[in-house]
Each structure stands twice: as C-alpha cells, then as structure tokens.
Design a binder for this molecule. Structure first.
Ligand SMILES: Nc1ncnc2c1ncn2[C@@H]1O[C@H](COP(=O)(O)OP(=O)(O)O)[C@@H](O)[C@H]1O
Ligand SMILES: C[C@@](O)(CCOP(=O)(O)OP(=O)(O)O)CC(=O)O
Length: 504
C-alpha cells in the first residue's frame, strides 16, 4: 500500500455571480458566474477499522472548525441501505449528512454489493476542507498581529483554523455549501468507481451535477437558481437555471424512501434537465478581485423582499428586469467579443490593455482617438464594457430604490465609485444578491490591483477585507487524486495543496 493507495481527492471551485443576481432565479434570464481558484476539497480514504461485519463506519472530519467530526453508520440490505448518524456526535451537519445519505442510497442501487462491501469493510475516513478564502481570516490575522491585506493573507497556512464554529464563522460568499456538496458527492461516486468521470465525462458530470443540485436544494430547504452548484461543477459560464419543477416532486425528507424515483430524476438519460451552461472565460489580462465586507447581509432575506416587490408591483419590476437583463447580456456579449479580439491580434490587444491600465476608465474614450485601427477595437470595447456595466449598476440602484432592498446600497456605491477612479479598473460591482456582503473588481494590471487594494484598505465607512482568490483556470470539478489521476506518486510530487490535505 503506498501513501495514496485508494485515496480519492476531488475539488470544486467557489463562485462569484458577476451579473444576473435575482434575474437568474427566472429561467427567462441568464447570469454570468465566474468560478474562483479558491476551491473546496473532499478527501476519501480507507478507515482504520478492521471490521468485516456491519454496520460500516464513515467518519467525516472538518479540520478548519476545531476538527469537528461527524460519524455515520451504514448497513447494507441488498439494494437498500440503512444510514444513521452517531448519537454521540455533538452536532449534526445537514449538508454533509444529506450528501452522504443520498449518495450511499443511490450507490446501493448502482454498484454491485461486493464492490460496496469491499470498499466499506475498513470504514471510510472523509476530510473536507475549503480554501482559506471561503471564511473570513480576520481572527487569524489579529492573532498573528497582521494587517488586513493580501500580503498578510499569504502568510496564513493552507486550510488554517477559523478559530470558531460553523454556526459562528463569517463566510465570504464564495458558496462554501455548494462547493462542499459538489466535491463530496463527486468524491463518493468516484471513490466507488460509480461515476467513471474520466470515461463518459458529459453524462457522468451531468449526473453528478443533478445529484449535487438535489442535495443542495434539500439541505437549504429551497430550490434556488442553482448557479453556485452549476459553477462548482462546470466552472465559469453564463447560466440559465433548470426549471424548479424538475426537483419539486422530491423536495422533501421522505425522498430517501423512494430512491428509484429519485434516480429517475437525476439520471440524465431518464430526465432531461433544461439548465443552459455556456462556457465563459475572461479575456487575457482581465483579472478578478474580490473583497469581503464585514457588515455582511442575509441573502435569503434580500431575495425574499425583492421577490415580494416583484410580486406586488409586477409591471414596475418586470420592466426593470427586462432592461437589466438586456444590459447584463450586453456586458457578457462585449466581454466575449473582447476575448475574440485578443485571439485575433494579441500584440495589438496587449498594447491597448497596457495603455488602458495607465488611466481611469472615465478617460479611455480619449485614448480611442489616439491609436491605430485594431487597437481602437480593443479600446472601443473596453469603453463599451465600462459604460454598459455602469448602466447595470444604475439599474441595480433603481431596483434598490423601488424594492427598498439595499442591493447596491449607498455605502457600496461610494466604495465602487472610488474603485473606478483607479487606473485600469474595468468593472466594479456588488456580486450576486448584493447588499453588504462583498464587492468585485475586474482590473487590467498588477498596478491596478495595488491601486484598488489601496482604496479598500483606506475606506473608512466599512471594513473591506481582500481575498486572495482570482478567476479559476482549472474550471469546475477536478479529480485531484484517485482512479488514474496521479495515483501512487511520492508525496513530494503532489501539489502543496494535495500534500497538505493528505497530512490533515
Ligand atoms: N469546512 C466545512 N466543514 C464542514 N461543513 C461546512 C464547511 N464549510 C461549509 N460547510 C457547511 O455549509 C454550510 C454553509 O452553508 P451556507 O450557510 O449556505 O453558506 P454558503 O453561502 O457559503 O454556502 C455550513 O453550515 C456547513 O454545514
Ligand atoms: C439572488 C440570487 O440570484 C443570487 C445570490 O447570489 P449570492 O452569491 O449573493 O448568494 P450567497 O452565496 O447565498 O450569498 C439567488 C439565486 O440565484 O439563488
């Protein structure tokens, strides 16, 4: 047995909804979701139990939360399975519990009994851990006497303790539960070789998506748009939601009693899901910056109040929805056009980006008239994207006023406008549901990045905590280890992240 024999590690990215907040709840509209390089990891390896008799023991450990541990007992009865949380556990983790319960219940019907028992007889140890960016590191920085900036964040070890509990932790809005459930569900099916992700990638990935969406909605007690699970699976894309009716019939705790019915819904060949995923990537030299605002907002409350307004004043709201939706789509179209221009003439593109990075966006129009033709295209597109996203923000402020919900509150407007005065900032906005949770910027250079971080650290109205993460290069689900992915290498040959996980 080598160090990594029969170890499976799967990761899923965090997310930021750059455009389409609220509208993406309606299948008539799409949203632009960018996956981050802050990822959530699930590691599964054989347990240390020599039992060959049931029940089998599955232990889930969360090192970042005082090594919180949840123990589950599994008994197989033919193609059904009994799953029970340990009565000795100090707490229950609904997201973990539902992911395990439903995944194993489906496995009992998908995988030969001997495969299940062979893999379960020594028990399973499951370690779940999110990149530090998923959770505010303010406490860790204070403990180390460090300032709240990216330089300090680089000094915090991977998967550092949050110094608190799951119920008290300040999350940064990267979608920890969606990334957790997606990586956990995928890791279980891959560990039992039930997914063969690397063989029939499309069908199996859609299957894993469907299971993760079901578990996430059941755990959250509502069928949201699902953009966060979608980006955890597929990375950055424009997203049009699946019809809520797809899951409505199984959105109850008794769904565990009828696994064949659930399998019919989550199996792509049995049920066509109508979510629409169109891959997206930021054009070269456009980089995402994210900050966590300490004030924080309660997204479900924001969503409930905006939808209440839309229901009570449909004409007012639907008119704004259409205008905002059109503007969101225009931003996406222009960003894609910019990527095409970069592909057609990267030298001219780079020259234009370099020029634009030295002046504030408000002065880019002046640059357009000073350059040769194909550089104008790039600069013209930057001018259009900047203007169109200002229109998006204007609509979000109109929504805030009409609904009386602080989607882009005045404090955020002042912070975003300050960011836009920095040379080389293309966009600055409130992601997702908005409020006081977070902000994002799209910047053109490292100098621009430093300028924005200066605005954030100097902003007096709110505590603006930068995150280290940027846009993901790897995309959605990644099998980091297991089943032909990097098996049995010397520990030193794995990435620092995988090495850290293996030693957690
Ligand atoms: N590292 C972790 N270990 C265990 N459970 C986690 C971890 N991170 C997130 N979770 C689970 O996800 C839940 C957070 O879900 P939610 O409040 O919807 O936050 P988010 O918006 O980040 O998804 C937590 O209550 C916990 O059950
Ligand atoms: C309002 C929404 O359309 C987007 C919410 O995006 P956020 O990124 O704000 O979500 P949280 O991570 O839960 O804070 C609701 C939805 O699409 O489900």
């Amino acid at each position: 047995m080598t160090f990594t024999d029969r170890t499976t590690i799967v990761s899923a990215p965090g997310k930021v909804l750059l455009a389409g907040g609220y509208l993406v709840l309606d299948p008539a509209f799409s949203g632009l979701v960018v996956a981050t390089d802050a990822r959530f990891y699930t590691l599964i390896r054989p347990g240390h139990h020599s039992t060959t008799t049931e029940p089998y023991k599955v232990v889930v450990r969360s090192p970042q939360f005082n090594n919180a541990t949840w123990t589950y007992w599994i008994t197989l009865q033919g193609t059904t399975m009994d799953f029970s949380p340990s009565k000795e556990d100090e707490s229950r983790n609904t997201f973990v519990e539902l992911a395990l319960n439903y995944s194993f219940a489906m496995l009992a019907r998908l995988v030969p009994a001997e495969t299940l028992t062979k893999t379960l007889e020594s028990g399973l140890e499951i370690v779940i851990a999110g990149n530090n960016d998923f959770y505010s590191q303010r406490k860790e920085l204070e403990t180390r006497g460090l300032d709240l900036n990216t330089e300090s964040l680089t000094q915090i070890p991977l998967f550092a303790s949050t110094h608190t509990t799951l119920s008290k932790v300040h999350k940064t809005g990267l979608g920890s539960s969606a990334a957790l459930i997606t990586s956990l569900v995928a890791a279980i099916f891959i560990h039992f070789d039930a997914s063969k992700l690397q063989q029939d990638h499309t069908t199996n990935t859609q299957f894993l998506h469907n299971v993760a969406q079901f578990v996430h909605c059941l755990a959250q007690g509502k069928v949201g748009s699902g953009f966060d699970v979608s980006s955890a699976v597929w990375g950055s894309h424009t997203y049009r939601r699946f019809s809520p009716e797809v899951l409505q019939s199984v959105m109850h705790q008794d769904a565990i009693q009828d696994i064949p019915a659930l399998l019919k819904i989550v199996t792509p060949k049995e049920t066509a899901w109508d979510n629409v995923v169109v891959p997206f990537k930021l054009a070269p030299r456009l980089h995402l910056m994210l900050a966590d605002i300490d004030a924080g907002s309660h997204t479900p409350t924001l969503v409930s109040n905006v939808l209440k307004w839309r229901k009570t004043k449909p004409e007012e709201a639907n008119g704004l929805w259409s205008r905002l939706g059109g503007s969101n789509d225009k931003v996406v179209e222009l960003l894609k056009e910019l990527d095409q221009v970069a592909k057609s003439n990267i030298v001219a593109y780079d020259r234009s980006i370099q020029k634009a990075s030295t002046v504030a966006a408000s002065a880019w129009t002046g640059l357009v008239n000073q350059t040769i033709t194909n550089e104008d295209t790039t600069l013209e597109l930057l001018v259009k994207i900047h203007a169109e996203f200002l229109t998006v923000r204007r609509y979000l402020r109109e929504m805030s006023k009409l609904s009386e919900v602080p989607v882009e509150p005045e404090e955020q407007t002042r912070l975003l406008d300050a960011c836009m005065t920095v040379p080389g900032v293309l966009m600055a906005g409130v992601p997702g549901a908005g409020g006081f949770d977070a902000i994002f910027c799209i910047v053109l250079s490292d100098e621009s990045r430093k300028g924005v971080e200066g605005v954030w650290s100097g902003f007096q109205e709110m505590s603006v905590g930068p995150l280290l993460c940027q846009e993901s290069v790897e995309g959605g689900l990644v099998v980091e280890l297991g089943h032909g992915h990097g098996d049995n290498k010397p520990l030193s040959e794995y990435t620092p992240t995988v090495q850290r996980l293996l030693q957690l």
